[in-house]
Design a protein around this ligand. Structure first.
Ligand code: URA
Length: 244
């Protein structure tokens, strides 16, 4: 069994976004930082950073925020961007304010366009992020596309061919699976994450995406009870299906 990392109490709380080291010191002095019901009074005390810490520790009566590694599943709503660099409201604003001050920071695993909805993962675990987005991992992402014009019937073969070259690119797309659901809706599963890939694939066959929703990554479905704008913690045992 690997040993849990340890951290100084004040650094742990500061890294979880509870405030500067000085602000955290004040919380400790006030006696509102409890472990197993007893106040902790030494900011330099080292604690084993285990997953059960949030069940054992309270700050002002509320359970400690989950320590890293933390992975979230979020239902991205329309109209929010995935990057701090883009203008407009971003997905990080949908999280509790304190979670935006964490170190290591939470980052989205890949991105969805501002007008794409659906399953978005965020994590502070760089190794995990890399495993999901690595081109070598070929993690499948399934989209529900709503189209402007009816499908013509030739799209599935072209998308599956591994020969479709998008404008401005030098390598063809890897094979993708199209499953028509109606004349103007289809599931499209891709294993890459090129810029605006799904929209550009349909543009390449003379169509136009009017609605795009990601409903699955690997074998992990967007939970039906997770409303747009809502998130929840993705438990470690829920992460394996991503690579199925
Ligand atoms: N492909 C797109 O075109 N947009 C997305 O948001 C995701 C995949």
């Amino acid at each position: 069994m690997t040993k849990a990392p340890t951290a100084r109490l004040d650094r742990l709380l500061a890294n979880l976004g509870y405030g500067s080291r000085r602000e955290v010191q004040t919380l400790i002095d006030l006696g509102v930082v409890l472990l197993d019901g007893a106040p902790l009074d030494d900011p330099g005390q080292r604690l084993a950073v285990t997953a059960d810490l949030s069940a054992r520790m309270t700050i002002e009566g509320a359970p400690l925020d989950p320590p890293p590694p933390l992975t979230l599943i979020l239902h991205k709503p329309l109209g929010v961007v995935c990057s701090h660099k883009e203008a407009g409201r971003n997905v990080y604003e949908l999280l509790p304010a304190r979670w935006r001050r964490r170190n290591p920071v939470l980052s989205t695993i890949g991105r969805l366009d501002v007008d794409t909805t659906g399953l978005l993962l965020l994590t502070d675990d760089g190794g995990f992020l890399h495993r999901v987005i690595s081109p070598k991992a070929h993690v499948a992402k399934r989209y529900l596309a709503t189209l402007d014009r009816p499908l013509q019937g030739n799209e599935a073969a072209l998308f599956a061919s591994g020969e479709l070259m998008l404008e401005g690119e030098t390598a063809p797309l890897r094979p993708a699976v199209l499953e028509p659901l109606s004349a103007t809706t289809a599931h499209l599963t891709i294993v890459e994450g090129r810029y605006h890939q799904v929209r550009r694939m349909f543009a390449a066959v003379g169509n136009h995406v009017v609605g795009l929703h990601r409903d699955r990554i690997g074998a992990l479905d967007l939970p039906a009870d997770l409303d747009p704008g809502r998130h929840r913690i993705l438990k470690p045992e829920e992460q394996a299906p991503l690579f199925a």
